[in-house]
Structure formats: C-alpha cells, structure tokens
Ligand binder design. Structure first.
Ligand code: ARG
Ligand code: ASP
Length: 721
C-alpha cells in the first residue's frame, strides 16, 4: 500500500513538473527548448511541423489579424477564422440601419457577396531569425550611449534592407529579453481581406460585458474572413479582379473535441506581458494604478449603464465605448485580485532577497548587479507619484468626450494661426472636420457626458488631487463657479461648441480663418489646451526620465535573472510576435469550495436566457435548433452541444482568434479570453488559476452550418472525425 502511494506520489510530482504550462515560446526555438517536453505531453508532431522556413508548416496557416488579433487559415481558398470581437469594427462599419449585420449577422452566399474592408490587413510570418550578433556588431563599451544607439539603429536598418531586397516582404527587428537578444521577423502582408460571415451579436457577443473575462462562458466569439490576392497569388490592393489566396498551408479541423488533460497548444500573437518586473513594478501596477483606473472607470460605466438600460438608442450608441472601458476595468480588477491571491508582490520580494544575496552586496567590491535593486528603487519612487498623476488625469477629466473632441481641433487652430496657410487649405481641413463630426455625434449623448464630467471633476478634486500633482487650471476654473462642479459643468455644456452638434456644425459650415476665434474662446478648448500643456511640461518629462532609467536597467536585470538560474528555461515577454503556448485541458478551483468544469454547453445558454437583459437574449433560431436537438455531426459523443472549453495555455491580449490545436496539430478551438481569476498572468502565471478560454470549434461549425446555412463554407474546410 505504502509502496503504491509512493509510486503514485512520484507519478503525480512528475506530471506536475511535466506540465510546465507557463511560457510563450519562440516558434523557431521549439526544437531546442520544447519539443521533447511537448512530445512527452502528447504532441505527435515535430517542432519542424509547427515552424519551418524551408517546408510548409503550421506557421503558414497563422496570421496576425488587423495588427491586434490572431487568425487562422482553414481552407485552400484563403478562408480565415478569428473572433467576433476582432472583426467587430469591420462588421460594425459594414452595418447600416437597413442591413444591421452586427445585430443580425451576415453570411455571404458566394464570393461576389464577400465584403471588402479598407484598412484591414493580415500578415503571415515568413521567417524569423536571431540577429543579435549583427545588431551589436561594431558596438563597444568605449562608445557613448548615443553612439551605441546610432550604430545599433544603422545595423538594424541594414538587416531590414537586406531581408526585403528583391521580394515583396516587410521586415522588423525586435528586441527580446529587453534587448539581450534581437530577432528579425519577415512578414508577407495582405490588404484585400473580405468579410465572409459573422453570427448575430446575441451569439458572437452572448453574455456581453457581464460574462467578459469570466467562466463559465457561452460566447460564440468568431467571425469569418477571406484573404484575396492578385492573379499571381501575391498581396495586391483591393480590386474586383483579385482572387482567393491559395495558402501554403491550411489547418485541418477535428470534430473529436477535448477530454480533461488533453494536450493543447495555441499559436498566435500575444501583445504584451511583464513577467520579469521588479516587485516595485508589480506593486505599483496592482496596488496603485489599477485601483485608480478601476474606481474612475467604475463610475463612468455606472453612468453609461444607467442611461443604456432604459434607452435603446443610447445602448447602441454606447455599446462599443462601454465594451472598451469595461474590458480594461474588469481585467484590472481580476489582475489586482489575482496578484493578491498569489501573494505576488511578496513572492517577488522574496525572490529579490535571494537575488541580492546572489548578486553580492560587498560595497568594497561591487558586482555588476549589486546596485540594480537599489537603482530600481530610486527610479520607482518618483515614478509612482507621476504615474499616478498621469493615470488620474487621463482616466478622469481627460476622458470627457467633449474635451477629447475639443482637443482634436488643435490642427485646425494651428493652420489658421499660420499666416502662410491659404484660405483654400483652411477650407479643405474644416470640411474634413464636418465629416468626422457626424461620426462623433452619431454615438454621443451630452447628458451622459455632462454627468461624467461632474463626477470626474468631483473625484479628481476630492480624491486624486490629494495624492498626486494636479493642474492649477482646474482650481482657477472651479473658483469661478464657487467650487460647484455642477455649475462648472453646466456652463461648459451650455456654451461649448463641442457638446452640441448644431453649434459646431453651423460654425464649420461657414468656417473662415477668423472663425478660429470662437474655438479659442471655447471653455473645453481652453481646458484641453491647458491640460495638454500641463501633461507635456510636467508629467511627460518625469515619465520619460523613468522610462530611460527603466530601459537601461531592465536589460541588465533580465540578464542577471537568467544568470542566477542557469537551469531555468526562460521565455521572453510577449511583444506582438508569433509564439507557441502549450498546456492541457483542465477545469479549476476559482475559490474555496467551488470547482469549475472544463467545458460549457448549449444548455447553459438556455439557462442564462433572459429576454429582459440585453446580454442574455437568446437568438430564436438557436433555440429552435436546441429544442430540436438538431446538432448534426457537431455534438459531442455524449450528445451535448459543447460551446467553450478551458485549458492551461499561457495567453495574453492579442491571442484572441488564435487557433487552439490538439496533439495532431488539428484545430479544436478558437482562443478568445481568459478566466478572471487568472488575468494576472500578464504579470505572474499560476498553473492553478490561469486558464485560456476557447470556443469549441464544433460550436463554430454548428453555427455556420445549421444556423447560417452556409454549408458551402463547411465544404471548403478539411474536417476529420
Ligand atoms: N476580454 C477579451 C479580450 O480582452 C474579450 C474582449 C471583447 N470585448 C468585450 N468588452 N466583451 O479581448
Ligand atoms: N481577449 C483577449 C484578446 O482580445 C485575449 C486575452 O486577453 O486573453 O486578445
């Protein structure tokens, strides 16, 4: 019995160690760093199948979508899948009152019906290469910092030039490990990307901001696009003559679904993580900056919701704004809680104690690293004050929409002030403003904005200004209204051009050089100018000074951390370049007494249904299919229609839309979010609490096939059972 227990224990410990979970790995180093582990966890492919420069590999089916998301190619005709929230802007832009694709969904029934999206790009990574030696070539320690930088920039320019000569590619050279290493990344970018399909919002955004960042989740977060190319299959600007792109690789889709502990990997473009910060950086983020943002955004969201709940026009006008404000707000709450639960700051401090001992502190004989922590400390002290100042300002008064609009008029003021500019040039510019004014007021309600202004002024003056530096202009202005926030806001909103469409439009209609006088007298314009000046003259220099110090210390600290633990496998912080994360399908325990299952089903959508609450309105056609149990080949072996699942893959913002693949490299899901209790993974990963949320690919195909009736798209795909 005992023997058995020991054995079990050993196996248990082993599997724990085997499942590294944490890490966003460089595709070109998989063979060296990860292949053995990935295969021991279940992967049946080689690193070369995932990333290869010479042969086609999975990498050739992955795209950076619109610069901020990921997508994957799923047919030999350039069909790509990404998230609904990644295609949101395009779907919204193509929607009109008559054809409201955002609300009702959109499905092109033929190539001719697919909709172009000016400005949208997708990029394939052609190759990445370690160019560290070439970047540092000719640089030595006798050079000044600026000489070093000049030489480095010249080297980088030469590397990029060589990589793009004689081809149609684009190249960047990016620092990894805070500049201890540099990699060249060569991309092929397509610019004719068409919308093929999107589910209605009550599927693609089911659960809305209420469920965002949370598990259990039932969002059908996907949309479908297609890459078009010239007749030579190369990138070409939009043209009717363009044809579907023939990719080097497209993903095979598996309908087999997932079981607990199944190996999975995610291939995509995570944006930014900061896993190697000193404790002071983590402490500042989660205990000072996040709380400021959370408090101020909470108030703004409350005001917007109050109006949206009772007024459909306002709800539509503010849907995207609410989503944007709420996404950050909710993530930061999760992040701060997560770090607290992990004792993250304390853990970093304990680590720093060990680091200090390792680095040595002998004053007579300082090592290159012995001063590091002290240097961070003296840099963070003033920075904490100025970063708080900046956050208070930008998240409070500067978030007022009329003020933002006023600030956008600086270029017009400048052109008018310049004696050399012609009346014609002024006229042209003012006409451009007329167009953008329409866009602004289409989604604007001055009652909401006024209430936010009052609330932000109050918070800023009564709380923010106590702890931070703040611009004198607010005091002087408030005095004019005997310190009444409401009276000040009323005056601004009743007289300003920027809170009233008629006022600003009629001024712009008859705009001449002299009209600028009216703008210059505007209360929001004046406030905007003053706040910007304060920001530029007082806040920005302090932040810049910190950044300079941080940028000079962090490369050394990173290098030192790697030297201190030579046997630890390090991965570089995310930097919007292609990475592979891997882990296993697993539920988790968010808090004591509760276990979360690893998947959700259509039953849960019906369970959440509430026709009174916008986020939980269930699409009638979906309900019909549910009641008829008409799931086609997409049901699980258990008969359930599974919607989403979670796994331990380490992901971040930018991984949205990433393919989630099984041990054969087949597509089983589309990544779209993380669980709330694990959003601190950008600062510190925990295998117990960090989970990525994926749409089960079978639910996606079910919607395309059964709900949209777009069978022709399914026929394009390669599907295995
Ligand atoms: N939380 C996910 C991500 O960070 C999804 C965001 C979609 N937006 C929303 N407000 N629901 O991108
Ligand atoms: N929702 C995120 C995205 O849009 C993904 C995440 O932060 O986990 O990239």
């Amino acid at each position: 019995m005992l023997r058995k227990l020991i054995l079990l224990n050993l196996i248990f410990i082993n599997t724990l160690q085997l499942f590294a979970d944490e890490g966003m790995w460089l595709p070109l180093l998989l063979e060296q760093k990860n292949q053995a582990e990935m295969q021991s966890l279940g992967l049946r492919l080689s690193a070369e199948d995932i990333y290869s420069v010479n042969n086609s590999s999975l990498k050739d089916a992955i795209v950076h979508f619109g610069g901020g998301c990921t997508g994957e190619v799923v047919s030999d005709q350039g069909l790509i899948l990404t998230n609904h929230h990644c295609g949101y802007g395009q779907i919204q832009a193509r929607s009109t009152i008559e054809n409201d694709y955002l609300t009702n969904g959109f499905w092109a029934s033929s190539l001719q019906e697919e909709l172009p999206n000016p400005g949208l790009t997708v990029s394939f990574l052609i190759e990445m290469k370690d160019v560290t030696a070439a970047v540092f070539q000719g640089i030595n320690n006798n050079m000044s910092l600026s000489e070093k930088n000049r030489k480095k920039n010249a080297n980088i320019a030469a590397i990029k030039k060589e990589a793009t000569s004689g081809n149609h590619y684009e190249a960047t050279v990016r620092p990894y490990y805070y500049g201890n290493e540099y990699y060249l990344l060569v991309y092929e970018t397509f610019t004719d990307i068409r919308l093929v399909g999107a589910p209605p919002s009550n599927i693609g955004k089911f659960g809305g901001d209420t469920d965002n960042w949370m598990w259990p989740r039932h969002t059908g977060d996907f949309s479908v696009f297609r890459i078009y190319a010239g007749s030579d299959n190369k990138p070409a600007p939009y043209s009717k003559e363009n044809v579907p792109f023939k990719p080097r690789k497209h993903l095979t889709i598996s309908l087999r679904g997932v079981q607990p502990d199944d190996f999975t990997f995610v291939y995509g473009f995570p944006g930014r993580t900061e896993e190697y910060l000193p404790s002071l950086g983590v402490d500042l983020a989660v205990n000072t900056i996040n709380p400021i943002r959370i408090a101020l955004r909470g108030i703004r969201l409350g005001i917007i919701s109050k109006y949206s709940e009772t007024n459909d026009t306002i709800r539509l006008q503010y849907a995207a704004k609410h989503a944007g404000i709420a996404n950050g707000w909710k993530k930061w709450i999760g992040e701060s809680n997560g770090i607290k639960q992990l004792r993250g700051v304390e853990k970093k401090k304990e680590y720093e104690t060990r680091f200090a001992a390792w680095a040595g502190t002998d004053e007579a004989d300082p090592t290159p690293y012995s001063e590091l922590l002290a240097s961070f400390e003296s840099a963070y002290k003033p920075y904490a004050y100025w970063k708080s100042t900046e956050t208070w300002l930008s998240e409070s008064v500067m978030s007022v929409e009329a003020l933002k609009l006023a600030r956008a008029f600086t270029p017009l003021a400048e052109i008018c002030a310049n004696r050399d500019s012609s009346e014609a040039a002024i006229k042209t510019l003012s006409e451009n403003y007329i167009k953008s004014i329409d866009g602004f007021f289409k989604n604007y309600n001055s009652r909401i904005d006024r209430e936010i202004f009052v609330a932000m002024l109050r918070m800023y003056m009564e709380a923010g200004s106590q702890k931070t530096n703040y611009p004198e202009i607010l005091n002087t202005q408030l005095k004019k209204f005997n310190g009444s926030y409401q009276a000040m806001a009323d005056h601004f909103f009743e007289t300003s051009l920027f809170a009233d469409k008629n006022r600003i439009s009629s001024m712009l209609q008859s705009f001449t050089r002299k009209s600028i006088k009216k703008i210059e007298k505007d209360p929001f314009y004046i406030l905007g100018i003053e706040l910007e000046k304060y920001q530029r003259e007082k806040v920005a220099p302090a932040i810049r000074a910190f950044n300079r110090t941080f940028d000079s210390l962090m490369p050394i600290y990173m290098k030192a951390q790697m030297e201190m633990e030579p046997s630890k496998r390090f991965y570089p912080d995310a930097n919007s370049t292609l990475r592979v994360s891997y882990g296993k399908v697993a539920g988790y325990t968010p808090f004591d007494g509760v276990n979360y299952n690893y998947y959700t089903t259509l039953d849960g959508i019906i369970e959440k249904e509430n026709p009174e609450v916008y986020d939980y309105v269930v699409e009638p056609r979906l309900k019909e299919l549910y009641l008829a149990k008409d799931f086609g080949p997409y049901a699980d072996a258990s008969g359930e229609m599974r919607t989403c699942f979670i796994a331990t893959n380490h992901t971040s913002g930018g991984n949205s839309g990433s393919p989630v693949m099984n041990s054969n490299g087949e597509l089983i899901g589309i990544n779209f979010d993380r669980c709330w209790e694990g959003t601190m993974s950008d600062l510190m990963y925990s295998p117990d609490r960090c989970r990525n949320i994926s749409l089960d690919i079978r639910y996606c195909l079910f919607i395309i096939d059964k709900l949209a009736g777009a069978r022709h798209l399914i026929d394009e795909m390669t599907i295995v059972h």
